[in-house]
Write a protein of this length. Structure first.
Length: 308
């Protein structure tokens, strides 16, 4: 790298667990500078399932922090890093040196439902009409041994098997990694942020002044076809850099106003119990991994699984 700053604080996931909110909370601290885009996605280039060519020059990563000055931490948050496997973990170590890593875990049952409603809201799974149908599709893909396919909106089930990838992060980064839980972040955001600030050796006196409202709340579309078209246009515009950020934000606000509705579907209790059974063995192993690394105050969904 010829010049520029890169991250030394990374929220690495998981998706649909509050990474956007936590990024927004921490970036308000005067000693933390958030990247110009929450998700830089730089280390996804090391995941061979996503990209086969070499990663971009490190200067491409550094440009996301060009506005940072003397802050102690440069922060980014890309939730897809979490399940990127050994290549992403190793690249994070090799490129960043000794960063601080934050992982947020959420009850995988709730996370799967949230993943489904999100993919539905952005039109990625327009051909799937209901959660039971979605669950049938993703379970069959897992039974058939089909792994992660970028951009298809159908890897929500796989992400929830935290034991498949959590250990690599814990082993690589040890005390430089902190696991927090989405349930705690929702219940007591100030407590979680204060705990992270203490871990980062930062002043906690500013925490009461931070805006800790929820971010990136899923908005359910009136028209799923319109949502799919808007998603396609958004991706094309981002890829070709067609719109300035101000214009993009204005169009997004207009779209939200015109196409926001209510979710008509509910998570059937019987299906919830079925999904909990699917994740039970992984949750038990996740609880064991966390206990081995000193985590004792676990959320209920991990305590129940480990006691089963």
């Amino acid at each position: 790298m010829s010049s520029g700053r890169i991250a030394n604080l990374v929220i690495a996931g998981v998706p649909k667990a509050g990474t956007g909110s936590l990024f927004a909370y921490l970036a308000q601290h005067p000693y933390i500078c958030g990247s110009d885009e929450k998700e830089t996605g730089y280390f996804n280039h090391y995941d061979p399932r996503r990209h086969t060519g070499p990663p971009p020059p490190i200067e491409e990563y550094a440009r996301h922090f060009a506005h940072c000055s003397g802050e102690r931490y440069a922060l980014e948050a890309t939730p897809t890093y979490s399940y990127g496997g050994r290549p992403v973990v190793a690249a994070s170590r090799d490129v960043l040196g000794r960063p601080r890593i934050v992982l947020i875990l959420r009850d995988p049952v709730d996370r799967l439902w949230s993943a489904y409603t999100f993919q539905r809201s952005v039109g990625n799974i327009a051909s799937i009409g209901s959660f039971p149908e979605y669950l049938q599709v993703v379970e069959k893909r897992r039974a058939d041994g089909l792994g992660f396919v970028p951009g298809d909106g159908l890897h929500g089930l796989l992400i929830g098997f935290y034991a498949d990838y959590l250990g690599e992060w814990l082993d690589e980064f040890g005390p430089d990694l902190r696991v927090v839980f989405a349930e705690d972040l929702r219940r007591d955001p100030r407590g979680v942020v204060a705990g992270l600030c203490s871990w980062l050796d930062l002043d906690t006196d500013v925490v009461p002044t931070l805006d800790l409202g929820a971010r990136n709340v899923t908005r359910h579309p009136r028209s799923r076809r319109l949502a799919a078209a808007a998603r396609s246009l958004k991706r094309r515009g981002e890829r070709l850099h067609l719109l300035p950020p101000a214009v993009h934000d204005g169009l997004r606000r207009t779209y939200v106003r015109l196409n926001s509705g209510e979710l008509s579907e509910e998570f059937d209790p019987e299906l919830r119990r079925h999904v909990a059974d699917v994740y039970r063995e992984s949750n038990t192993e996740t609880a064991r991994l966390l206990a081995e690394h000193g985590y004792s105050d676990l959320p209920a969904w991990l305590r129940v699984s480990s006691a089963a």
